[in-house]
Design a protein around this ligand. Structure first.
Ligand SMILES: Cc1cc2nc3c(=O)[nH]c(=O)nc-3n(C[C@H](O)[C@H](O)[C@H](O)COP(=O)(O)O)c2cc1C
Length: 366
């Protein structure tokens, strides 16, 4: 077989990714419970460091909040102060010094009406009440997600403040040494909820039409771009559909991706769901690749795909059939932080190990 497409490099602006197998952003809900909020710690260093030494070309670090109210849980990472820059700097320095060429991005996020929840592995579940350290959530309107608490419908000032917070977080992420940034525009969190016709029923300039529903995410792209060097790529994760009106959602997502490109986005990371509590969907292997393929066919922009991609041959098939330009691996990478070495072995490719793990060995031994 020719060199696997999975192990071909990909150029995004000035950033060369050594191949097309990446780590999907995954919240760890692991900032110290009683320490400074939002500061990444030893857990984040070891977790992300092990993925970087396992052969991933790009690691997208977890949804990281632009302000305290934007956290999904009280233990999320953030980028609203200098202590957080220093915490992240440890991680980016490690990746750059120790991983044989891995690059690291961070997903910049605001959880909107789905903020202030208990970490999934906490003793309690659901939303954290305000009297126990939770906070008033914000959304496009005061409609709750499922049976959660009602968010506050954001005012014009609230919206402008959040745009400023995304920009400031981008500046801090650059200072922290990240190679690329990703905007979290998926899964029903703030930007995704503004994009959704089901959720965003505002009638002012920020809702009421497809054009107006795109206004906040596009303003965030512009504001972040101003804080980033031109050489640095900006990725955007979207929910291409909420699975009730797949074709309608896809057409809107294609239009949004085109606009995002005009505003300076370099890659669309195609996910789905999250705006409505129950989606009519039974996830299975590669269940979102057809969404990525539709967007890739319609928009001249590299596209990433994610969702139950667990095997190197499956990843290679996705790339060879033109469905995406890169694959993001989530849970399979938690199960096996050397997933990319395993994939290389399956595809007969020699992916260099970090020097500590390299020893005289027969070619391609996993
Ligand atoms: C523990 C965990 C945390 C996650 N956190 C995030 C996140 O911070 N941002 C995001 O966009 N998606 C998040 N996701 C979704 C994943 O990035 C990915 O899209 C999803 O798990 C499907 O891919 P997989 O089947 O390879 O796991 C998370 C998933 C898991 C399992």
């Amino acid at each position: 077989m020719n060199k696997p497409l999975l192990f071909e490099p990909l150029q995004l602006r000035s950033l060369e990714l050594r191949h097309r197998g990446w780590v999907s952003p995954m919240c760890q809900y692991s900032c110290d419970a009683n320490g400074a909020p939002g500061v990444p710690n030893d857990w984040h260093l070891v977790h992300l460091g092990s993925l970087a030494t396992g052969g991933a070309a790009l690691i997208v670090a977890e949804a990281t909040a632009v302000n305290p109210d934007g956290r999904i849980s009280p233990r999320d990472t953030g980028l609203w102060n200098d202590a957080q820059i220093a915490g992240w700097r440890r991680v980016t320095d490690f990746v750059h010094a120790q991983s044989n060429g891995a690059k690291i991005a961070v997903q910049i996020a605001h959880a909107g009406r789905k903020a202030s929840t208990c970490p999934p592995f906490a003793e309690e579940s659901g939303y954290v009440p305000v009297e126990q350290g939770g906070w008033q959530t914000l959304g496009p309107t005061d409609a709750a997600f499922g049976d959660g608490p009602a968010p506050l419908a954001m005012s014009e000032d609230d919206i402008n403040e959040v745009i400023g917070d995304f920009a400031a977080a981008a500046g801090r992420a650059v200072a922290a040494g990240f190679d690329a940034l990703e905007i979290h525009g998926a899964h029903g969190y703030l930007l995704s909820s503004f994009l959704s016709a089901q959720v965003n029923t505002r009638s002012d300039a920020w809702g009421g039409s497809d054009e107006n529903r795109m206004r906040l995410p596009l303003a965030v792209i512009d504001a972040m771009r101003r804080e980033m060097p031109d050489s640095m790529p900006l990725l955007l994760r979207i929910s291409a559909t909420d699975w009730h009106d797949v074709e309608g959602d896809l057409l809107r997502s294609i239009e949004f991706a085109k606009r995002a490109k005009e505003h300076g986005v370099d890659l669309i990371d195609v996910s789905s769901g999250g705006n409505v509590p129950q989606a009519p969907l039974r996830p299975g292997p590669g269940y979102q690749t057809q969404l990525a393929a539709r967007i890739r066919a319609a928009v001249e922009l590299p596209v990433g795909t994610v969702g139950m991609i667990t095997d190197g041959r499956q990843a290679e098939l996705i790339l060879r059939t033109g469905q995406a330009d890169g694959v993001l691996i989530g849970r399979a990478a938690l199960a096996d932080p050397r997933w990319w070495q395993r994939a290389a072995h399956q595809l007969g490719h020699d992916l260099p190990w970090v020097p500590q793990y390299q020893w005289p060995r027969p070619q391609n031994t996993y």
